[in-house]
Design a protein around this ligand. Structure first.
Ligand code: AMP
Ligand code: ZN
Ligand code: FE
Ligand code: FE
Length: 282
């Protein structure tokens, strides 16, 4: 019994390893009916995805994005759905974030070298391709050099937020993320929130700032965690969302698209919320 909705997927335009076309073929083959491509700080995969989806007329793609935002001591990922992504001002901000990713990536490669792990920045950029450079690309370069067995192993000691080679970059606050999405008709959804300290309080604050949903049906979460998150969402009137967060990085135990997702009703509620945001933005 697979999911029919998967609202969290990555492609090669950010740190996923399948091209938009390959991903669309995969999710269609899994029987998914509604999917969202939600790459990090970039929407360049959408055009190709829509093109590839012409072959699968009963599958729908929701335009999405995943923004990294900052709070003291932690990071909050904010998903945006039903975004009018061709907006010029929006694209300008995204390009600036991607430039910040380049500087940050280079700084991390330098820090790795200080700790005796040598990868070429040029090689990291080659692995990343044209789009949004992220830590998984550095992890892949480290694996290629034989320092680690698989990409996720590079995070605990080096690439994770408290890792030895971590470097910061410019990010907005979650509230700014919600606003930025709202300006282009997007609905903001808190991504993989289980590990956040004071989730209940944060959910309330962000709801007041315009947050519409939060991830509940997230493939890597246990049934107990999903229950807990479903209650938080319900208490704050947030639409329960979710998906696989599929990257295709080759980590052991990586869950495929369609492993878990929200019910179809979630899509209808998100769309309704987007319509309201659009109306109040105009
Ligand atoms: P970045 O966009 O450069 O901040 O990298 C974020 C991405 O790195 C996430 O989407 C995950 O794919 C990956 N990532 C972050 N933290 C971890 C972790 N602890 N273990 C494995 N992958 C991680
Ligand atoms: Zn990622
Ligand atoms: Fe994320
Ligand atoms: Fe993600």
């Amino acid at each position: 019994m697979g999911a029919v909705v998967d609202l969290h997927l990555h492609t090669t335009v950010s740190d996923g390893r399948l091209t938009p076309t390959e991903l669309i073929k995969l999710v269609a083959g899994k029987g998914l009916k509604v999917v969202s491509i939600s790459d990090h700080d970039i929407t360049d995969g959408l055009a190709e995805a829509y093109q590839a989806a012409k072959e699968f007329p009963d599958m729908r793609i929701i335009p999405g994005i995943e923004l990294s935002t900052d709070i003291p001591g932690d990071e909050i990922h904010m998903l945006g759905y039903f975004i009018s992504y061709e907006d010029d001002a929006f694209q300008t901000i995204l390009s600036r974030f991607r430039e910040g990713r380049l500087e940050r990536g280079q700084a991390m490669v330098e820090k790795l070298a200080e700790h005796g792990l040598h990868v070429e920045w040029e090689r990291v950029k080659e692995i990343a391709g044209e789009g949004s450079v992220g830590r998984p690309h550095i992890a892949l370069a480290l694996v290629e050099k034989g320092y680690f067995k698989e990409p996720k192993d590079a995070f605990a000691e080096y690439l994770g937020r408290n890792g030895l080679a971590y470097a910061e970059r410019e990010k907005m606050t979650p509230e700014e993320g919600v606003q930025m999405l709202g300006r282009i008709g997007g609905v903001a959804v808190l991504a993989h929130p289980a590990q956040l300290a004071d989730l209940d309080e944060k959910a309330g604050q962000l709801k007041a700032a315009g947050l519409v949903g939060m991830e509940v049906y997230y493939a890597q979460y246990s049934p107990e965690t999903i229950d807990r998150l479903a209650r938080v969402a319900e208490n704050h009137g947030l639409i329960p969302c979710g998906g696989s967060d599929y990257h295709g990085l080759g980590n052991t135990g990586e869950l495929l698209p369609g492993t878990m997702g929200p019910p179809m009703e979630t899509v209808e509620r998100l769309e309704e919320a987007s319509r309201k945001i659009m109306q109040s933005a105009n």
